[in-house]
Design a binder for this molecule. Structure first.
Ligand code: GLU
Length: 462
C-alpha cells in the first residue's frame, strides 16, 4: 500500500512551499488509496516551538489536508533511535568517533587550503579499541560505488560514495541527527513515497545508504522544485505572504490556495480549475515540472474570486464569518452572509476585502461632509418620493424596490442617474456598492428608510 508523509520541522509557520509538498503527498496517497501521514520533525530542540507545531496543525486543518496517521512527533521516538544506533554499532555499520573539535577544524583548514571539499577523513573508522572521552557516532558510508535512484521528478540521479563522508548520526550528548531520524521514521512508518522539496536532494543518497545498511528497502523519492517570487528569486517574505495562515488572513479560500499550489509546477493539459476530486484523480508525480515555478499573485486572486463566486455558499459564508469578526463587524446584525456573498462576489477578490466593503450592511453609516454636500435642496422631493415608496412597498424584493426608483424618476422627470447616486450615499455613506436595488434590499426596509430620513434631515438642518 502507498504511504506518503509530510514531515515539517516546527521552526516557524507552515509556508506555502511546505503546503505544496503536503498537498502533493496527500493527493498521491488519496489517488492510490494509500495513506497520508503527518510527522512533526521536532528533534531540533532549540528551534522547535509548540507554537509552530500548533501553527502547522491549524494550517493543515484549514487546508483540510486530512491525515490518516499522526501527528507523530520525533521527540517521542528517542528510545527507538537510541536502539537503532546501538544495533548499528553492534553490526559495525556505525562507529564511535572520538576526534576532537580541534582535530576536525585542523583537518578542515588543511583541506580548504588544498582546495579539497571539507570532509571527515575516517580516522576513527577502523579503531580497534574504544577511545577516550566524548564521542559521536558516525555512519560507515560505503567507500566506493555509486548511489543511484530514480527520482520521480528528476529522473535517474547518481552520487559517488566518495562524495559522501561518514555522517554523524548521534551527537556527543547521544541525541540523533536529522538525516538519521528521517531514515528510521521513514522505515518504521513504512513510507513508500517521499515527496519533498528539492533542498533535500543531497540528503537522499546518505539516507538511502543508511536504509540499506539497516536492511531496509528505500522508498521512492520525488523532489519538488522550489517556488520562486515573480523576480525569479527564491520566494521569501519580500514577495508578500509566505505563510498559509497569512493567506487566510488576507481573505483567501483554502480551495483557491490548494488549486493554485497544485497547479504551481504541475499541469494537466491546459486546465486551470480543479476540484479536490479532480486533483485526486488527475494528479501525477511525473507531471511535476523539473524547473522551479514562479509565484503569480494575480492568478491566485483570480482563482480566489472564482471560488468565492462558485464555492459552496455555506462554506464560503463560514469563512467570511471569520473575517467579519476579524474586522469587527457583527454579522448577525444584517443580511445573511450567503446573500451578502451573492451581492458582493463579482466586486471583491478576497473575503477580507468583502468584509471591509460590507460594513454598511451591518452598522450605522455616518455621512462625511463631502457626501452630505451632494444632497442639494432641489433633489429633496424625489428623495422623499423614494423614501415614501420604500415605506409603502407591499413586498420587499428587488423588483419592487427597482420599481420604486423607476416611478420616482418618472414622477419627477429625472434620470435615475441624477438621484440614484444620492440614494446610494444615503444607504452606504459612499459611492461604491452593489446595484442600488440589491443594496437597498439587503440593508432592509427599516434601516433603508431611516437612512433616507437621516440624509434628508442633514440637508434641511444645513
Ligand atoms: N523536516 C524537513 C523539513 O521541514 C523535511 C524532511 C523530509 O521531508 O524528508 O524541511
Amino acid at each position: 500500500m502507498v504511504r506518503t508523509r509530510f514531515a515539517p520541522s516546527p521552526t516557524g509557520y507552515l509556508h506555502i512551499g511546505g503546503a505544496r509538498t503536503a498537498l502533493y503527498s496527500y493527493l498521491f496517497a488519496r489517488q492510490q488509496q494509500g495513506q497520508f501521514i503527518l510527522r512533526i520533525e521536532d528533534t531540533d530542540l532549540e528551534r522547535s516551538t509548540s507554537e509552530s507545531v500548533q501553527a502547522i496543525l491549524d494550517a493543515m486543518q484549514w487546508l483540510n489536508l486530512q491525515y490518516d496517521e499522526g501527528p507523530y512527533y520525533q521527540t517521542q521516538h528517542f528510545d527507538r533511535y537510541r536502539d537503532v544506533i546501538a544495533d548499528m554499532l553492534n553490526a559495525g555499520t556505525a562507529y564511535r568517533c572520538y576526534c576532537s573539535k580541534e582535530h576536525l577544524e585542523a583537518l578542515r583548514t588543511e583541506q580548504m587550503a588544498a582546495k579539497q571539499k571539507p570532509r571527515y577523513d575516517g580516522r576513527c573508522r577502523h579503531l580497534q579499541e574504544a577511545g577516550e572521552g566524548a564521542f559521536v557516532v558516525r555512519f560507515k558510508n560505503p567507500l566506493e560505488g555509486v548511489v543511484e535512484f530514480d527520482d520521480l521528478v528528476r529522473g535517474t540521479l547518481r552520487f559517488a560514495n566518495t562524495e559522501l563522508d561518514d555522517l554523524i548520526i548521534a551527537r556527543s550528548d547521544g541525541t540523533p541527527t536529522y538525516n538519521f531520524t528521517v531514515v528510521v521514521d521513514d522505515w518504521d512508518m513504512k513510507i513508500t513515497h517521499v515527496i519533498r522539496g528539492d533542498d533535500h536532494i543531497n540528503n537522499t543518497p546518505r539516507q538511502i545508504n543508511i536504509l540499506r545498511a539497516l536492511g531496509a528497502t528505500p522508498p521512492h523519492y520525488a523532489h519538488v522544485p522550489m517556488i520562486l517570487g515573480s523576480d525569479g528569486k527564491r520566494l521569501s517574505k519580500r514577495h508578500g505572504a509566505v505563510s498559509v495562515m497569512q493567506y487566510r488572513e488576507e481573505g483567501f479560500l483554502p480551495e483557491a490556495l490548494l488549486n493554485y499550489l497544485a497547479r504551481l509546477g504541475w499541469s494537466y493539459g491546459d486546465q486551470e480549475i480543479f476540484s479536490m476530486a479532480e486533483l485526486v484523480q488527475f494528479f501525477n508525480v511525473n507531471n511535476i515540472s523539473r524547473s522551479p515555478a514562479a509565484f503569480n499573485p494575480e492568478k491566485l486572486l483570480w482563482l480566489n474570486q472564482h471560488y468565492i463566486k462558485t464555492g459552496d455558499p455555506a462554506h464560503v459564508a463560514n469563512e467570511l464569518a471569520w473575517h467579519m469578526e476579524q474586522v469587527g463587524i457583527d454579522a448577525n446584525n444584517g443580511p445573511t452572509l450567503v446573500d451578502l456573498i451573492a451581492a458582493q462576489a463579482e466586486r471583491t477578490k478576497t473575503l477580507r476585502e468583502m468584509a471591509e466593503k460590507s460594513r454598511y450592511f451591518y452598522a450605522d453609516v455616518q455621512l462625511a461632509g463631502d457626501m452630505k454636500a451632494q444632497f442639494t435642496p432641489e433633489l429633496m422631493p424625489v428623495l422623499k418620493t423614494v423614501r415614501d415608496g420604500l415605506v409603502n412597498l407591499p413586498t420587499w424584493d428587488k423588483e419592487a424596490i427597482h420599481h420604486v426608483l423607476q416611478q420616482a424618476a418618472e414622477m419627477h422627470a429625472l434620470k435615475l442617474g441624477k438621484f440614484a447616486p444620492l440614494v446610494r450615499i444615503a444607504m452606504t455613506g459612499g459611492t461604491v456598492s452593489p446595484p442600488i436595488d440589491t443594496t437597498i434590499l439587503l440593508i432592509g426596509r427599516e434601516r433603508a428608510v431611516l437612512r433616507m430620513d437621516q440624509a434628508m434631515l442633514g440637508v434641511m438642518s444645513a
